[in-house]
Design a binder for this molecule. Structure first.
Ligand SMILES: [Zn+2]
Length: 183
């Protein structure tokens, strides 16, 4: 079976026809139903924590912009390759190095900047996109496509809540890690 949309996009569903019997069996399996429930629960977790995590990060961004007298505009100079051992190797007119210092201070691994995944973030957007700051508190491998809570997975949001000290006043010590290690 093949569908054609507006003459431009063709989608081939033959793989579904070929395995429909297998799919039917799968849908009737209790294990598979449980698997789907877990996926749904993780999506609920992400959707529940997402707006809160974003709100806290927007406040943090706003605070460090004011503190360091930084105008919200993309930096034309800096990128993650310019960070060595937790320090920017150049100075820019956007004061990215001052933002970096405050971001690092709020990281659980702040004293070990090598443990921060700087490549997760488009650092030139720190002053205009709070989520690019948030991604520094997440695990390795966050892509440019992760541009907000809706495009993050629940594990990444839990890492953010666990690794960024800004959330500690809202969440009792250790509670996030208990959830993290159960998911
Ligand atoms: Zn910069």
């Amino acid at each position: 079976m093949q569908f054609c949309f507006a003459g431009t996009l063709q989608v081939n569903f033959s793989f579904i026809e070929m395995s429909s019997c297998e799919l039917q069996k799968r849908w009737q399996s209790d294990n598979y139903k449980n698997y789907l429930k877990v996926i749904e629960a993780l999506n609920y977790l992400r959707d529940g924590l997402g707006p809160f995590s974003e709100h806290v990060m927007l406040d943090f961004q706003s605070e460090i912009l004011i503190k360091n007298n930084v105008e919200p505009r993309e930096c034309t100079t800096c990128s993650s390759k310019h960070i060595k051992k937790g320090k920017l190797q150049l100075e820019c007119s956007n004061n990215c190095s001052k933002l970096l210092k405050d971001i690092l201070n709020e990281h659980k691994s702040g004293k070990n900047p090598m443990a921060v995944y700087w490549k997760n973030s488009q650092i030139h957007k720190w002053s205009v996109d709070a989520w690019e700051i948030a991604k520094l508190y997440m695990g390795r491998g966050q892509s440019e496509d992760n541009n907000g809570p809706r495009t993050s997975d629940s594990a990444a949001i839990l890492q953010l809540l666990s690794n960024c000290k800004r959330y500690q006043i809202f969440i009792p010590c250790g509670e996030v890690d208990k959830v993290r290690y159960k998911t």
